[in-house]
Design a protein around this ligand. Sequence first.
Ligand SMILES: Cc1cc2nc3c(=O)[nH]c(=O)nc-3n(C[C@H](O)[C@H](O)[C@H](O)COP(=O)(O)O)c2cc1C
Length: 381
Amino acid sequence: MLINVEDARRAARRRLPKIFFDYIEGGSGAERTLAANEADFARWNLRQRVLNDVSNRDLSTNVLGTQQPLPFMLGPVGFLGLYAADGEIAAARAAHMEGVPFALSSFSIASIGRLRAETAGPLHFQLYVLNDPTIRDEFIEQALAAGVTTLFLTVDVAVTGSRERDIRNGFRAVTRITPRLALSMIRRPRWCLDLMRGGMPQCGAVAHRPEFGHGALAQAGNLARRIETRLSWADVAWLRKRWPHRLVLKGVLSVEDALAAREAGVDAIVVSNHGGRQLDDAPSTIAMLPEIVEALGGSLEVLVDGGFRRGTDIVKALALGASGVLLGRAYVYGLAADGEDGVRRVIRHLAEEIDTSLALMGLTSIAELRRRGHEALRERT
Ligand SMILES: Cc1cc2nc3c(=O)[nH]c(=O)nc-3n(C[C@H](O)[C@H](O)[C@H](O)COP(=O)(O)O)c2cc1C
């Protein structure tokens, strides 16, 4: 039974070939930041309050200028279409059905045009700037043409973190289906049959460019190798001028960078360490959130991601000043476990947990929780 994110994680592990499950699950180095993202939520308790009338509760809130029924969204995760057939479409549909936004990664199987054609609802796009300006411009054009209004610029991947599970599994070197990969795939027949229905997966954004190779695995490797290492604040300023809609900087983890982001004129930041996949021994995001929020003093919207597996984790982030939360692995487990239904169940489970927690904290709305702020929590000593 899939009643919480951990159930979905276990089901995803049973369903996916090890090489893909490890790619999703793993972090960089000793995976200390990965572990801290989840563990540091325990540094905060929720204050239980009684005898308030909590019969009417409202989980809606304003995130990135839009009122949405729940205080979280599906963040950008690469290659969803390798974990389930048409994974990007399934996730976007689930998000739409539950009323939350979905952010499509630059590194996806479904192209943004296809996603727009086959799904409704608000569509966010996450941009990796590649070291070829023609492709960068093409990504931006495609996002504009698809009606994207919010662009997440991810800035914490100047180089790829050392992900030892991937190195051990030979993930990065895989450009085609080797005998070892074939064996691990055959061990997961349901996944195989599901994926094979759609034919050989390709990365939609670069499928028309022969220099990226043929097939999603070769294309994925080439995309990752071409992320612009020289990206700087000047590029953020350039994009600010070029992109006419909402611009969000994803991957900020220090007060200094948060202040610089405000200077650069972005509309919001995502406090993120890329789910513990980049700089190992960087602090957890929930540990950094309060000082970043305080330094900005309400002058810039702050979202956060990293390690969110429980509704109570989301409640804590909102009390600490985030306007909303991006889910990563939590919904990807649901997707790998059971496609669109699996994602919907994860969203609903988290929503129910937020709802129950608010009631038992004597609160009736996200607005009230945010007003109460730190007072709604108790820091463990
Ligand atoms: C398998 C995987 C692929 C990811 N791909 C991207 C990506 O393409 N672009 C991006 O900005 N972030 C990417 N991320 C990072 C997520 O957007 C998010 O920051 C992170 O997953 C949050 O941590 P959590 O998974 O513990 O919730 C990826 C994360 C995972 C787990």
